[in-house]
Design a protein around this ligand. Structure first.
Ligand code: DGL
Length: 273
């Protein structure tokens, strides 16, 4: 029985961005082990088609199953938007995405029923946040804005650069004009821009970080399924990292944002799965 509880959580993303979700899981579920997969060979997902993202997600889930994970978090917003419903039907393992946790929090947070969502072109194009928010409350108006330049800016480390601030100003202009009071940071990288965005938007706009909300949702799910790891991590590498390309580059980024020294990062040929 304990073997299942002691099994790791699988977390996957198109690349490094999902580390913002892994980081929240580390903080909020410190006794859990994690196997992270970043699809660095095939990133970005945000500009690819739904069929491609479903195929990629299937392969990654098959790989994570070989690591005997007890549950999987699709940390990528684009994969959650495009593929979650499909893979949840296909695989016999609990799979959580990052869209629903952010949506639930945003629906509670908004006072004027005007919610903004920023994300990749793929995520915003699905309209999934509108669909889910209006399923909770049909009166909520949802304003989506793709912000594709944020991903490379974050990976460049230009979190507070004047160029990033100017690009953010342009992207957020329409949402501000619509009078949103809540903004969902609907892409893995955007929580790293949180303070830049909140300085631009001011205190009247609540920022929702799906990475944090997903960690809390995962905790509730593990409690419900009686799958919380009761013991301390004993393994030498409680957090294991796999990528499909450029392991060293991944490791450098991971070490810059995680409260943990990433030692083990391995390359996997994901097309084999
Ligand atoms: N991880 C992706 C997301 O959250 C952003 C990067 C990409 O386009 O692959 O949507």
């Amino acid at each position: 029985m304990n073997a299942e509880k002691e099994a790791p959580i699988g977390v996957f993303d198109s690349g490094v961005g999902g580390l913002t979700v892994a980081r929240e899981i580390m903080r909020n579920l410190p006794s859990e082990k994690i196997v992270y997969f970043g699809d660095t060979a095939r990133v970005p997902y945000g500009s690819k088609s739904q069929n491609t993202i479903i195929r990629y997600s299937r392969q990654i889930i098959r790989f994570l199953q070989t690591e005997n994970v007890k549950a999987i978090v699709a940390a990528c917003n684009t994969a959650s938007a495009f593929a979650l419903e499909e893979v949840q039907k296909e695989f016999d393992i609990p799979i959580l995405g990052v869209i629903t946790p952010g949506v639930k929090t945003a629906a509670k947070a908004t006072k004027n029923s005007k919610v903004g969502v920023i994300g990749t072109e793929g995520t915003i194009g699905t309209g999934i946040h509108r669909q889910y928010l209006q399923a909770i409350d049909p009166d909520i108006q949802v304003f989506g804005k793709p912000c594709p330049l944020f991903v490379p800016l974050v990976e460049e480390g230009w979190l507070k650069d004047p160029i990033t601030i100017e690009i953010a100003r342009r992207y957020l202009q329409e949402l501000c004009q619509e009078g949103i009071d809540t903004l969902i940071l609907g892409c893995t990288h955007y929580p790293l821009l949180r303070s830049t965005l909140s300085e631009l938007l001011g205190e009247s706009v609540t920022l929702v970080n799906p990475a944090y909300e997903t960690a809390l949702e995962l905790k509730r799910l593990l409690e419900k399924l009686d799958l919380i790891n009761p013991g301390q991590k004993e393994e030498e590498f409680p957090y294991r990292f796999y990528v499909s390309d450029l392991a060293e580059k991944f490791k450098a980024f991971a070490n810059s944002i995680l409260p943990y020294d990433v030692e083990m990062t391995k390359c996997v040929d994901i097309e084999e799965y």
